[in-house]
Ligand binder design. Structure first.
Ligand code: ADE
Length: 225
């Protein structure tokens, strides 16, 4: 799988993409991630990438031409399954979308900045618009990091124990059950006896019951779905 990310502030993506599970996936060649600096496509001697909006109003807009040139350059090299613009007015991201994107071959993510991108990029080049929640970030980079992380961990072979990814919260519209590790008794705070019983069937039943209870208490909307 290949994920290309266009950004005006590529430094923001340094640590999310270079550590932990995403880094390991890159080392195993299970994913190829490239961050493209939009400033490389800036116009004139100032390498301009943004301008004030037509019609007036506060805030700068990423210009159509640098983004267009950048996307066209990338499209000459790669056929993308989706060209995704990260924006607070996009479709709200969830595990189902992560699952479906993890099955794609090549993705291009576009990070907005300031007031966003010139609408013509969205109209003519973007195939999917995604929001990571009902709040406004300073740019799309953190949202792109969220997408990348949540997608990469689902690629077969990335997480050694595939059960671990499949048993995450949301995978079956249920939250995860509580988890514990050693010691079994910490200052009188005890691990539930059932988990120490060695009885796999009973442990499985207990976990499912805990998942359902947690989901009912915290996210009843998931059960309705
Ligand atoms: N850019 C700014 N805010 C965002 C959000 N909530 N989701 C995706 N991209 C964004």
């Amino acid at each position: 799988m290949k994920i290309d990310i266009i950004s005006a502030v590529p430094e923001l993506l340094d640590s999310p993409l270079n550590y932990s599970i995403v880094q390991r996936a890159k080392e195993k060649n299970l994913v190829d991630i490239n961050v493209i600096n939009l400033h490389d496509y800036g116009l004139n001697k100032y390498k301009q990438i943004d301008d004030t909006q037509y019609g007036g109003g506060a805030g700068m807009v990423l210009m159509v031409e640098p983004l267009y040139n950048c996307i066209m350059d990338l499209k000459r090299e790669t056929v993308y399954d989706e060209i995704i613009y990260l924006t607070p007015d996009g479709d709200t991201y969830n595990q189902k979308t992560a699952n479906s994107l993890s099955l794609k071959g090549n993705l291009l993510l576009i990070c907005g900045h300031y007031k966003g991108v010139d609408e013509r990029i969205r109209e003519h080049l973007v195939t999917l618009e995604i929001s990571v929640g009902d709040y406004v970030l300073s740019g799309g980079e953190i949202a792109a990091a969220i997408l990348t992380d949540s997608i990469v961990r689902l690629i077969p072979g990335v997480i050694n124990d595939i059960e671990s990814a499949l048993s995450d919260s949301f995978q079956d519209d249920l939250l995860s059950p509580p988890v514990y590790t050693r010691p079994a008794d910490f200052k009188g705070w005890k691990v539930p006896d059932i988990l120490l019983s060695g009885h796999d069937q009973k442990i499985g039943d207990w976990r499912l019951e805990q998942s359902i209870r947690r989901t009912e208490e915290r996210r009843p909307d998931l059960l309705k779905e």
